[in-house]
Write a protein that binds this ligand. Structure first.
Ligand SMILES: Nc1ncnc2c1ncn2[C@@H]1O[C@H](COP(=O)(O)OP(=O)(O)OP(=O)(O)O)[C@@H](O)[C@H]1O
Ligand SMILES: [Mg+2]
Length: 259
């Protein structure tokens, strides 16, 4: 039985004159401690699906449960990093990271130390007291990631967390986040457009198709790759094989949706 279960999720967006069917009859079961990536063309419903998993959007049809309990009873266990960073411009960096702990209120002093350490680990030591407007896009994204990690959620939902980063920072952060999540046996869902990142970080990859969004195909990442850090995984021969298979399938999907 999966830790996170989505059953027959269908979702429509309505406005006054039309509607969009964003997701169609989608079922997923995610085991505890696994890392899943969602890949697929723009507009195929990845963010919608993540928002449904987070309980921010209620699906038109279908159900979501964590540990066999409805989602509403588990909301505190979920950390969601949105596609936009939504940092508060009037709060400095460390206070932005500490928003969650401040709301919960417990062990606040310990959390201040933890926030500092996370920011140092993410290469943000020099901007702990700075304000978001003075940071680059990549730095802001790292702050948002620290804010998601600090409350120690058991389910992490990450919407393109590395997309605004330069390649070197991205590789370093992938290694850092992957090691952290493995160490604490977290369950994570990552949305990405980067096939290589999906392979290097995940146990399984779901390839979605668009109009309406559906799970098109599921790929298992070979165990030899899973045991490596994302940086090392990229050098493995099986990485290249899987990359080619997914690349071909994604191209086929995009050609089909362009016709
Ligand atoms: N708030 C909304 N109101 C109406 N339609 C929406 C809304 N949000 C998303 N959609 C539509 O639902 C579909 C899925 O959108 P979604 O943002 O989930 O896609 P995505 O896979 O995350 O795309 P991207 O890769 O570009 O981030 C798209 O057709 C989009 O236009
Ligand atoms: Mg999106």
């Amino acid at each position: 039985m999966g830790f996170l279960q989505l059953k027959q999720i269908t979702h429509y967006y309505f406005n006054s004159s039309s509607y969009t069917k964003a997701l169609n009859n989608l079922s997923i079961s995610v085991d505890e401690g696994t890392f899943i990536s969602l890949l697929g063309p723009s507009g195929c419903g990845k963010t919608t699906l993540l928002s449904i998993m987070a309980g921010i959007i209620k699906p038109t049809f279908g159900s979501v449960s964590i540990n066999n309990k409805p989602l509403e009873k588990n909301q505190r266990e979920i950390g969601y990093m949105l596609q936009q960073d939504y940092l508060f411009p009037w709060k400095n960096i460390i206070d932005n990271v500490l928003i969650g702990p401040k709301i919960v209120g417990s062990q606040y002093n310990e959390m201040i130390e933890k926030a500092k350490q996370l920011l140092i680990d993410m290469g943000l030591k020099d901007v702990i007291k700075a304000y978001p407007t003075s940071l680059s896009g990549g730095m802001r994204q790292r702050v948002a990631l620290a804010r998601t990690l600090i409350t120690n959620p058991s389910l992490l939902l990450l919407d393109e967390p590395f997309s605004a980063l330069d390649f070197q920072t991205k590789l370093k952060l992938e290694d850092f986040v992957s090691a952290l999540l493995k160490q604490y046996h977290k369950t994570s869902i990552l949305v990405t457009h980067d096939i290589g990142e999906a392979i290097a970080m995940s146990d399984q990859i779901y390839l979605m198709s668009a109009n309406p969004g559906e799970i098109h195909q599921q790929f298992e990442v070979p165990i030899e790759i899973r045991d490596l850090s994302p940086f090392e995984a990229r050098k493995h021969i099986k990485y290249q094989h899987l990359f080619d298979r997914i690349w071909e399938e994604l191209n086929r999907l995009e050609t089909k949706s362009a016709i």
